[in-house]
Design a protein around this ligand. Structure first.
Ligand SMILES: NC(=O)c1ccc[n+]([C@@H]2O[C@H](COP(=O)([O-])OP(=O)(O)OC[C@H]3O[C@@H](n4cnc5c(N)ncnc54)[C@H](O)[C@@H]3O)[C@@H](O)[C@H]2O)c1
Length: 330
């Protein structure tokens, strides 16, 4: 039995809803709990249910002031309710505004992180809010708190910031989650397989559709996500043409489900044609929570052991980790 991880969250969206409900879902009850869907029931000696949320920040006026247990179902969130969250809830507090970053707003977050003795700050902001993401990371650094960045905005890929986290013995893990079983993971594995078997890949594409707020945001502001997905896919050798559409559109009817179409065309022995088409359907935010639960435990463990900067154990859980030259080992 270890001390529970004291986690703060910035961005009370679908990812956080799926994470907190999942932690409750896996809490041991009478009999053996089912651990189906958990990659590591125990990681660095820490179990899934040993993560506790001690502070929450958002900028949506309908979430601020609400108990976190209610805010996770509010506003644009549409991850389904799978359990009732029981016990005392923290209240969602005013976060750092993306377009008006004031020192007083950052200082409030620093103070709250200190007061709640948070160990890890989970940054779960919409993608394309780079200044806000960096301001939260600075607040965490001032308060002595490790950071996990879910979004595709560069935070761990800021070399100066990463060095400062390393000097402070604080982990900084990012950027952009590689979902538990997501389209880039599958696409990459298929391209690697064709290349390894000697096939020529003439062209390939990936189109993603979903009905949650992340998809609506990525439809209009998807540039960092495109870069991040290309980081995963563009290093397969011999791919003549690659196209990635992070959000092919917002389809409200899909709710929090994501549908991805992956297509690959190539040539095998004596020029014979090969085509692969895959349709992947997942609950989008569960797919995120399934890796966040590991990243938070890796970050907390690193902070407790006073190992800072980027930690190699996190690299396969992220689409865009910092380059290894930035001082971490695989
Ligand atoms: N779902 C996945 O599988 C997946 C995979 C990889 C990365 N991601 C990334 O994770 C991030 C979070 O995803 P989500 O689905 O939870 O998004 P979401 O849109 O459901 O939630 C984002 C939350 O952040 C809040 N917010 C906006 N600006 C803020 C600020 N300045 N301070 C505090 N809160 C702020 C919003 O009000 C909202 O509550 C996104 O960047 C997404 O691209 C998700």
């Amino acid at each position: 039995m270890v001390d529970h991880i004291r986690m703060a969250v910035a961005g009370v969206g679908n990812n956080v809803s799926a994470l907190l409900q999942g932690i409750e879902y896996y809490r041991p009850g009478p009999g053996d709990p089912s651990l189906v869907g958990v990659t590591h029931p125990e990681l660095n000696g820490i179990r899934v249910e040993e993560i506790q949320c001690v502070a929450a920040f958002d900028v949506d006026p309908t979430k601020i002031g609400q108990p976190l247990t209610e805010a996770i179902h509010g506003s644009t969130n549409n991850f389904p309710q799978i359990v009732d969250l029981v016990g005392e809830s923290v209240t969602v507090e005013q976060g750092i505004l993306s377009d008006q970053i004031r020192p007083s707003g950052v200082e409030q977050v620093v103070q709250r992180l200190r007061d709640t003795e948070a160990e890890v700050l989970l940054l779960s902001l919409p993608t394309s809010r780079p200044a806000a993401a960096l301001a939260y990371a600075e607040a965490a650094l001032s308060a002595g708190v490790a950071v996990v960045n879910c979004s595709a905005d560069p935070v761990a890929r800021e070399p100066g910031l990463l060095r400062r986290f390393a000097s402070a013995s604080l982990p900084l893990l990012g950027d952009d989650l590689a979902s538990q079983f997501g389209s880039s993971l599958i696409h990459r594995a298929l391209l690697d397989l064709l290349a390894r078997r000697g096939l020529q890949i003439d062209g390939t594409y990936q189109v993603n559709l979903g009905g949650n707020e992340d998809f609506r945001n990525l439809r209009d502001a998807g540039a960092p996500k495109l870069t991040s997905k290309l980081n995963v896919l563009s290093t397969v050798p011999g791919v003549a043409s690659l196209s990635v559409i992070p959000s092919g559109g917002h389809v409200p009817f899909l709710m929090d489900r994501k549908v991805a179409h992956i297509s690959i065309e190539g040539r095998g022995w004596a020029g014979s044609r090969v085509a692969v088409d895959v349709r992947l359907e997942v609950q989008d935010s569960s797919n995120a929570a399934g890796v966040i639960v590991d990243l938070v435990r890796i970050a907390a463990d690193g902070r407790r052991r006073r190992v800072g900067g980027f930690l190699g154990a996190a690299s396969t859980l992220l689409k865009s980790p910092p380059p290894a030259e930035d001082g971490w080992e695989r």
